[in-house]
Write a protein that binds this ligand. Sequence first.
Ligand code: HEC
Length: 102
Amino acid sequence: MKRAVLLLALLLSAQVQAAPFASGNAAEGKKFFDQNHCNRCHVDMMGGDGSEIFTRPDHKVRSASQLVSQINFCSGNAGIRITHQDEQNLAAYLNQRYYKLP
Ligand code: HEC
């Protein structure tokens, strides 16, 4: 019995880890993105609402770790301070809406 519970716990935790940014909150990420005008440079580059930067055929981000690096690179460049939780929220948002990385 104890063993079965342990096995179940292991299975569940493996499942949670399988989804990237499981600790991120996409709704909070969207709020942060909009409030900090994350798309302002992307709009200058791509036109429209700027979101084509994420969906252009030669977009840069191809993995969860690249997404995290790019978020930190952009916010650093733009002088926007982000916490680890903000980073995870932004990643969850962008991944859910655009990248759909496994
Ligand atoms: C100061 C201008 C600027 C601001 C503000 C900015 N970015 Fe960017 N962002 C860029 C540039 C330039 C690129 C394209 C980099 C490239 O193509 O090498 C980019 C690309 C990206 C990409 C990768 C797109 C791809 O090709 O897959 C992500 C993700 C991203 N930005 C997230 C953010 C987030 C999140 C914020 C707000 C915290 C933000 N950016 C704010 C300039 C900016």
